[in-house]
Design a protein around this ligand. Structure first.
Ligand SMILES: Cc1ncc(COP(=O)(O)O)c(C=O)c1O
Length: 462
């Protein structure tokens, strides 16, 4: 490229105001939310990095496509557009629309997972794990060792441990209904999976006669990492790389709220005719008729366009660069993060940033609170609050205490990221003064969403 500045590859046509608040307003808001950022009202948040799921901005072409939405119950033209796009990119024969990713997982698991079945994955996302366990199956994570090491640099830290896969399949003939690999590997920090690794997993599955599925939520971001990091793929387009990846699998589940560039939607796509019949029957029961599957015609149109936009090179260059840019700024300020930066998010290592706060005083929550109280930034703890409570009621520390700053797609500009970096550096400068929190009240499951917290004595509340 002639110039080195990477720009946002869009201009802004519609704006959504965000509101600056005073320290006192934010403090009142977080108190009212019982010091749980999930309970904040969105208008009280300045920069919302809680998730990249369904929070992005759609393009003029997506909005224009939505006007063509065919809302017919059966045989809608919009379904054809959707199916053609998914088929063109993935190559899978059967395309089953769902209202979001977990619905596709639910349908697949209902069809394939039985009591005691083992489903290996590089790392299961929470909803995949929950759907497997709901069917009394075992969700087995087999990431490579580097995936667990925040400071270890590896170009494809999201890879699956292929030796472990071989061992599991050899030791459990007939007990593994399918194998999955998640691209990018969200639970390990949005880290990519190499095509060599996907090819290896596919070959092992084929040798054992076990179907191989891809959790494709961030397939386009993964393709960009392959293009820029995997030897031999420099000259290939993200679309070609995505096609090659899907050709190695028997099917995929997808949340279109990520690389579908839509605010809602998903799909299950697969080649097996008999399995597709069973999945469609289950779809009719839980989601809707097979040509809309829980979505409006206009959603199908938005996704049909969005899937290609996610593969645009200018967009991917800007997207991946935005996260790396924040990572560089925080690294320069000595703020510990999971390295290298992931595709959709930067993960701050709260355990290292706040070593004086023990795990059971939840350093990740303390850091997320400081980011909100000081700068109006909303981020998400991924640590002992999210994972610490055990099914038997006891508590144990999570492996890592992270705070995830997830980037909504095409939503924030470089100055927003500069602002986030400035707030992070400021919070870093007050790290020693931060204190932990205690849980005042919590629900039985998924406590991070609704638990009530209280900052411990000395927490620097303005
Ligand atoms: C890797 C991965 N798989 C599945 C899902 C579930 O998708 P949805 O939220 O659309 O149900 C997500 C959502 O965050 C995800 O990141």
């Amino acid at each position: 490229m002639k110039f080195k500045t990477i720009i946002e590859p869009f201009r802004i046509k519609t704006v959504e105001p965000i509101r600056q608040t005073t320290d006192a307003q934010r403090l009142a808001a977080i108190r009212a939310a019982h010091f749980n950022v999930f309970q904040l009202k969105a208008p009280d948040v300045l920069i919302d990095l809680l998730t990249d799921s369904g929070t992005g901005a759609m393009s003029v072409y997506q909005w224009a496509g939505m006007m063509k939405g065919d809302e017919s119950y059966a045989g809608a033209r919009s379904f054809d557009a959707f199916r053609d796009a998914v088929h063109d990119i993935t190559g899978f024969t059967h395309v089953i629309p769902t209202h979001q990713g977990r619905a596709a997982e639910h349908i697949l698991c209902s069809a394939l997972v039985t009591d005691g079945a083992i489903v290996p994955n590089n790392t299961h996302f929470d909803t995949t794990r929950a759907n497997i366990e709901h069917r009394r199956g075992v969700a087995l994570n087999i990431p490579i060792a580097e995936g667990h090491e925040p400071q270890t640099l590896h170009p494809f830290k999201g890879n699956m441990d292929l030796d472990a896969l071989e061992r599991v399949l050899q030791a459990n003939p007939g007990r593994v209904p399918f194998v999955m690999t998640t691209v990018t590997n969200n639970s390990e920090g949005g880290q990519p999976v190499s095509l060599a690794n996907v090819r290896g997993a596919s070959a092992i599955c084929r040798r054992h006669g076990v179907p191989f599925f891809i959790d494709a939520c961030r397939f386009a971001e993964n393709a960009w990492f392959v293009k820029t990091r995997e030897p031999g793929y420099e000259g290939r387009t993200p679309l070609e790389i995505a096609r090659e990846m899907f050709s190695l699998a028997d099917g995929c589940t997808m949340s279109a709220k990520k690389d579908g560039m839509a605010n809602i939607g998903g799909f299950l796509a697969l080649n097996d005719d008999a399995l597709a019949v069973r999945c469609r029957n289950s779809l009719i029961l839980t989601e809707g008729f097979p040509t809309y599957g829980g979505l409006a015609g206009y959603d199908l149109e938005a996704i049909a366009v969005g899937l290609y936009e996610a593969l645009d090179e200018d967009y991917l260059r800007y997207r991946i660069r935005s996260v790396a840019y924040l990572a560089e700024k925080t690294a320069a300020a000595g703020i510990p993060t999971v390295r290298p930066a992931g595709g959709h998010a930067l993960y701050i290592d709260a355990k290292r940033m706040l070593p004086h706060i023990p795990w059971n005083q939840y350093p990740g929550v303390a850091l997320a609170l400081a980011l909100y109280i000081e700068g109006g930034i909303r981020a998400c703890e991924i640590g002992s609050v999210m994972f610490g409570r055990q099914p038997d009621g006891t508590e144990k520390p999570a492996d890592l205490e992270l705070v995830r700053l997830a980037f909504p797609r095409r939503t924030y500009t470089q100055s927003h990221i500069d602002y986030v970096a400035e707030v992070l550096v400021h919070v870093g400068s007050m790290a020693k003064r931060l204190r932990g929190v205690r849980i005042v009240e919590e629900p039985e499951a998924l406590r991070h969403f609704t638990a009530k917290f209280e900052p411990l004595a000395g927490f620097p509340i303005a």
